[in-house]
Design a protein around this ligand. Structure first.
Ligand code: COA
Ligand code: AMP
Length: 635
């Protein structure tokens, strides 16, 4: 069947408002919009201005009332604990209403912010949906972040309440959340009114009198009382959530998501990009702390009436590289979405796919990969071993859904390895040179999206229109700058090659080298520092930090390096995967004093580079090369 993609893209381009108004028919609105897109509102305009709606209603109540009350909405599968639990749409409604009632009792009202700092358990999803039900704005913080990162988010979004659990479970390690939470609240200037803590068996937390509340006791009581909490209508343009993502400094960016446009876009993607029918099982093996988790563990599958899976485990080691196949087999998964790094990890442990053969994967139609560049080797291995199409698609926390994809629901286009295929309707993607002019097909440039951004994309950063404009809209007037560089071929296929800022991608996690440098610079013996991302076969990139010691420091370098590694783990968190600090006598710089991080990266990756014309002292590059070689880097 020929793909409908080109027709649908042209239809969107001809009349974007008509296109999105039509897609919006699949959402139930409390009151309809005045204008599909109001260019006079917000920073660059707003979608579905004047409409009111409720995201939780569309995710749950609508299906309970509309013929799916007994269908499984959520499966919790935890190889970490051995638990498998299922919730029907009716049961999900009861859980969410009970939690919403507790939140009301703790003072949460429409517009209040609520931080969710939880592991991959169903209660994290209940928490997000309960916020949506009340019109409160959730901000989920990934469990791998340390206290200081949590504190920064507390100060920025000023939550009334924090929902957390006593611990998370990592292979061979229980991560006690409560000390991190207490530490964060101590560090932050803003103090929440209260914390609701879910006690887990692996590590019970000590609750603080007057501030902390016991989740099970309170929610249990609300459930027994048969709590019924109506959905609070919100403006389509009101925020549903804030999700912090790495910026170029230690201060993360609070990406804002609205309610209306987000629902319209995500619902559209389920049939058109993912080719999934309501009632099918859709599994995003990610974490609710990331945007993939927000969009494709929680909101999109539920908006579409699917069954979603909350998986508490890893692709390998929990207990073996067959875990993904066991889950697909057991729960009859139709589509799996994960990061390429997960497949690289599986391939490393089970190169012949022996574990794949142990399971019946006949339910699986498609594998979707995103979060980092999908290397052709990994794609081809997955295609061959699984026997299903493997779709690389490109998106960002800022967009909440794919900018470029191969739209399975519209009919697949031919696959070109190394390309996430073509721009989706909603996105006029252009490759620009530094002056903002479009470059020819095949030429590298900055990837930009012509404004307005489509529904689902961020309207602004939390309380910071100015930073939103500065970060994304000022480089190329009239465009959103993605901060990715790459090219488009003559068939319109995009190739995403590198970031244009100091963001690195470690195991599909987006991290700021600038933030790591800020931490290292605070070590008392460190005078100067530069952090780069070095290519890594498993994780895509790993960070390495060069440190120059203050003159007069007379301590063992190895000791200082160990302290530097520990400092990043303590301040940013284990997710930074920062394991390499290298002491060097000096850093390579331009004559104007700019550190040559790009050149250092090329040396570390063992790729050719041009000697920068403005370099101050080329000998320093040899010193860097030697230091890297001593640690096994440099090709
Ligand atoms: N809470 C606490 N710590 C966490 C955590 C969490 N939720 N998630 C990860 N960490 C810790 C890990 O335990 C590890 O700690 P360690 O240094 O003590 O070993 C550290 O953070 C780095 O984690 P990660 O980079 O994920 O590496 P890993 O070795 O634990 O696992 C993979 C490697 C490839 C198996 C793993 O990264 C993976 O499954 N990735 C999938 C990618 C993904 O889900 N991306 C989301 C976007 S789609
Ligand atoms: P995040 O906001 O964490 O989702 O990270 C977004 C960034 O990850 C993008 O700007 C890209 O640099 C990278 N990325 C995500 N998906 C892909 C992909 N399919 N191919 C290449 N890079 C990707």
């Amino acid at each position: 069947m020929p793909s409908r993609y080109h027709d649908v893209y042209a239809e969107w381009k001809k009349d974007p408002e008509k296109f999105w108004a039509q897609a919006a028919q699949d959402i139930q609105w409390e009151t309809p919009w005045d204008t599909v897109f109001d260019a006079s509102k917000g920073v660059f305009g707003q979608w579905f201005a004047g409409a009111s709606c409720n995201t939780c209603y569309n995710c749950i109540d609508r299906h309970v009332q509309g013929g799916r009350p007994g269908q499984t909405a959520l499966i919790y599968d935890s190889p970490m604990t051995g638990a498998v639990r299922t919730y029907t749409y009716s049961e999900l409604l009861a859980e969410v209403q009970a939690l919403a009632q507790v939140m009301i009792d703790l003072g949460v009202t429409k517009g209040d912010r609520v931080i969710v700092y939880m592991p991959m358990i169903p209660e994290a999803v209940f928490a997000m949906l309960a916020c949506a039900r009340l019109g409160a704005v959730h901000s989920v913080v990934f469990g791998g972040f340390a206290a200081r990162e949590l504190a920064t988010r507390i100060d920025d979004c000023q939550p009334k309440l924090i929902l957390s659990a006593s611990c998370g479970l990592e292979p061979g390690r229980v991560v006690a959340y409560k000390p991190l939470l207490d530490g964060a609240i101590e560090l932050s200037a803003h103090k929440p009114d209260g914390c609701l803590i879910l006690q887990r068996e692996a590590a019970e937390a000590t609750l603080i009198d007057g501030r902390d509340h016991d989740w099970a006791a309170q929610v249990g009581a609300a459930k027994s009382a048969g709590a019924e909490v109506p959905c609070c209508p919100v403006d389509a343009t009101d925020p549903l959530y804030i999700l912090y993502t790495s910026g170029t400094t230690g201060q993360p960016k609070g990406v804002v998501r609205d309610n209306g446009g987000h629902m319209v876009a995500l619902k559209w993607t389920m049939s058109n990009i993912y080719g999934i029918e309501p009632g099918e099982v859709y599994w995003a093996a990610s974490d609710v702390g990331w945007v993939v988790g927000h969009s494709y563990i929680v909101y999109a599958p539920l908006l579409h009436g699917c069954t979603t899976i909350v998986f508490e485990g890893k692709p390998v080691g929990t207990p073996d590289p067959g875990t993904f196949w066991r889950v697909i087999n057991q729960h009859r998964v139709a589509a799996l979405f994960t990061a390429p790094t997960a497949f690289r990890a599986i391939k490393k442990e089970d190169p012949d796919g022996a574990f794949i053969e142990k399971y019946d994967l006949s339910s699986l139609r498609t594998l979707f990969l995103a979060g980092e560049r999908a290397d052709p080797d990994t794609i081809q291995w997955a295609e061959e071993k699984l026997g299903v199409p493997v779709i690389d698609h490109w998106w960002q926390t800022e967009t909440s859904w794919a900018i470029a994809a191969n739209p399975v629901g519209l009919g697949m286009l031919p696959v070109k390895y190394g390309s996430p295929t073509v721009a989706m309707p909603g996105y006029d993607v252009q490759i620009l040179d530094t002056a903002g002019h479009e470059v020819a097909a095949g030429e590298m440039g900055s990837i930009a999206v012509k404004l307005p951004l489509p529904p689902g994309n961020l309207p602004t950063l939390w309380n910071n229109d100015a930073r939103f404009s500065d970060s994304y809209l000022s480089e190329f007037p009239g465009y959103y700058a993605t901060a990715d560089a790459g090219y488009m071929d003559e068939d319109g296929y995009l190739y995403i090659m590198a970031r244009t800022d100091d963001i690195i991608n470690v195991a599909g996690h987006r991290l700021s080298t600038g933030a790591m440098e800020e931490v290292l610079a605070n070590h008392p013996d460190v005078a100067e520092t530069a952090v780069i991302g070095i290519a890594d076969k498993l994780k895509g990139q790993i960070p390495a930090g060069f440190i120059v010691l203050k003159s007069g420091v007379d301590r063992d370098n190895g000791e200082i390096e160990k302290e530097a590694v520990q400092l990043v783990r303590e301040k940013i968190g284990p997710v930074a995967a920062f394991k390499t600090a290298i002491t060097v006598p000096r850093l390579p710089k331009t004559r104007s004093g700019k550190i040559l991080r790009g050149t250092m990266r090329a040396i570390a990756d063992g790729v050719d580079y041009k000697m920068p014309a403005t370099i101050d002292d080329p000998v320093i590059l040899d010193e860097i090369g030697e230091a890297l070689k001593a640690r096994g880097f440099g090709g």
